[in-house]
Design a binder for this molecule. Structure first.
Ligand code: SAH
Length: 385
């Protein structure tokens, strides 16, 4: 694990994206352990964090906002923290390098194709953002051009010119975002080259990933996260499992290799569609997916008194809901594996399960080197009453 002095990023001050800029990786890991101990340490022993083999260029999803300087020069980069000022970025220590190169190429093509970048103040112009997603295992690359209207001039020639420089791009999608909003992606996706999604492999399962579906950003560490979660869950052939907040079904699919039956629940329609197709792709007939709010779904299960043995839950940073946690207390699964990217909301949620569940294991995993965010897996075991 690299503990040498890390060369400082020239953009660090302006960008603010990395909380641990310039800090040796070993020290970053100690900081994160400290944070988890502070927030969850009173509930059980915190295991040493699982650090990354390399902390650089792990982000498989790179996103650039396009803007124009006062002199007319087009720039691409990220919003300065807390503002709408764009900091130009050509390269970044944590982003996938190929993705950064593609964004620079797109910027260079705009002029000759007379593509105007979007101006937030006047609501004029076409190109708002570019998102590039790369799949570590298959090498497939998706470019998403976020545009204000679906009319993209000479789109075929644009794709041709882009692929002439980067033949490794496997699909290009127009994402239409007509709203005056700071949300990056709109709802409509129009593939203009290739299949409109990329495929990746994790833990021996194959997954398709659409533009707006959630997918973990650090592939190498995701494998470790899922493997650790499975080791803790110790599933068997009799288990009926719920994968809540399932995204494209990654955790559930890995669980379905061992369990009797898996039900995934997820709010994002596109992700659920990916999940259902991923089940077919992996020849799994013991897994199904439901689109909806995880809390409402679990309430329904509790009302119907459905049996559940193990629940995996992996909510967004805001944590889970009261409806979800209360339903857990009714359903009484023997184990809950709570994966979280925000130990603060996780600590809050765990309090609601206290009494009925015992915290067995707290395992931090470093999914986001250089960033302050920490991922933790908590194994809860039902107290036998
Ligand atoms: N377990 C997946 C996804 C985790 S990210 C993985 O490892 O890839 C959290 C997911 O929760 C996102 O896909 C998001 O769309 C979904 N989500 C957010 N709020 C939700 C809710 N109320 N009910 C169900 N899913 C929700």
């Amino acid at each position: 694990m690299p503990s040498e002095k890390i060369p400082p990023c020239p953009l660090a001050k302006k960008c603010g994206g990395c909380d641990y800029q310039g800090m040796p990786y070993e020290q970053q890991l100690r900081e994160k352990e400290k944070l988890v101990k502070k927030l969850l340490g009173n509930m059980g022993e915190v295991r040493p964090i699982l650090g990354a083999e390399t902390p650089y260029h792990y982000r498989n999803k790179v996103h650039a906002v396009f803007s124009r300087k006062r002199n007319g020069e087009v720039i691409s980069g990220i919003y300065q923290e807390g503002t709408h000022r764009v900091v130009p970025v050509n390269a970044c220590q944590i982003e996938n390098e190929k993705a950064d190169e593609i964004i620079v190429t797109i910027r260079g093509l705009l002029k000759s194709f007379r593509i105007r970048v979007y101006d937030e103040d006047t609501d004029f112009g076409l190109l708002r953002h570019v998102m590039v997603r790369t799949a570590a295992a298959t090498g497939q690359i998706m470019v998403v051009l976020v545009v204000r209207t679906p009319v993209f001039p000479s789109k075929n020639n644009f794709v041709k010119a882009l692929r002439a420089v980067h033949p490794e791009i496997t699909t290009v999608v127009l994402n239409v975002n007509e709203r005056r909003t700071s949300m990056v992606l709109g709802e409509r996706n129009i593939p203009i080259y290739g299949k409109g999604y990329i495929e990746d492999v994790l833990c021996g399962c194959s997954f398709r990933i659409s533009p707006t579906s959630f997918y973990q950003v650090n592939a190498a560490q995701t494998e470790r996260l899922y493997k650790t979660a499975m080791t803790l869950a110790r599933l068997n052939k009799r288990d009926r499992v719920v994968d809540a907040y399932c995204g494209i079904g990654t955790i559930g699919m890995v669980a379905a290799k061992t369990a009797r039956e898996v039900i995934g629940v997820e709010l994002n329609k596109e992700a659920v569609r990916d999940a259902a197709r991923n089940a077919v792709r992996n020849h799994m007939d013991n897994i199904r997916f439901v689109q909806g709010d995880a809390g409402m779904f679990l309430e329904g299960m509790a009302d119907r008194e459905e049996p559940v043995d193990v629940v995996f839950m992996d909510p967004p940073r805001s944590g889970s809901s009261e409806a979800f946690l209360k339903s857990l207390l009714v359903l009484k699964p023997k184990k809950i594996i709570y994966i979280s990217c925000n130990p603060e909301t996780q600590a809050r949620d765990l309090k609601m399960l206290k009494g009925d569940y015992r915290v067995e294991t707290i395992q931090p995993v470093d999914m986001f080197p250089f960033c302050g965010h920490v991922e933790t897996i908590v194994l809860l075991q039902r107290e036998t009453l």
